[in-house]
Design a protein around this ligand. Structure first.
Ligand SMILES: [Zn+2]
Length: 176
């Protein structure tokens, strides 16, 4: 994970990489919908995007949400200490809402924040970061990863609203 270093995504010089990234993103049709990552998913339930840049000895892995934040900066560096926060609480979401969209009432999805804000958000949403018992944390991780896998499966052949809704609910039976 290269969360410790600045990330630059230049629309021109990284055009091929950006295209490869966007190939793994399925956008929900609704105005408030998430845009979901459909590439690799790590054991933590977050996505993984491999960067193979010249000069890097090894493949660098970044979270797709972090890459999306850097992409939105259009070439300006995303500082290493900035964290990608998931306001929508969907780990696979890579949607960065523009200022104009926010003003127009679109809810935020992936936003830039500090490590402190990230921890506060994780605690508030029961994603660890506090001091939960290990067993509870393991179960939470598993559930988060399973939800991510189910969501990815739900959009494998394009956005399927019913399947997405079911995956968001974590496989709970529907109430009818
Ligand atoms: Zn979202």
């Amino acid at each position: 994970m290269r969360q410790g270093r600045d990330l630059v995504v230049d629309p021109q010089s990284h055009a091929g990489e950006v295209a490869r990234f966007l190939n793994h993103v399925v956008r929900g049709p609704g105005r408030q919908d998430c845009w979901l990552w459909t590439g690799a998913i790590g054991s933590d339930g977050y996505g993984r995007f491999a960067l193979r840049r010249g000069g890097w000895r090894q493949v660098g892995m970044v979270r797709p949400s972090r890459y999306a934040l850097a992409l939105a900066l259009a070439g300006q560096p995303l500082p290493g200490e900035v964290r990608a926060l998931h306001e929508c609480d969907v780990t696979l979401c890579v949607r960065v809402v523009t200022e104009q969209e926010l003003v127009a009432g679109v809810r935020p999805h992936v936003t830039a924040g500090t490590q402190r804000e990230n921890m506060e958000q994780m605690v508030a949403r029961g994603r660890g970061g506090g001091r939960p018992r290990l067993i509870a944390r393991g179960a939470g991780l598993r559930a988060r990863r399973e939800r991510a896998l189910a969501l990815r499966e739900a959009v494998r052949s394009g956005w399927d609203s019913a399947a997405v809704e079911e995956a968001m609910l974590g496989g709970q039976p529907r109430l009818w």
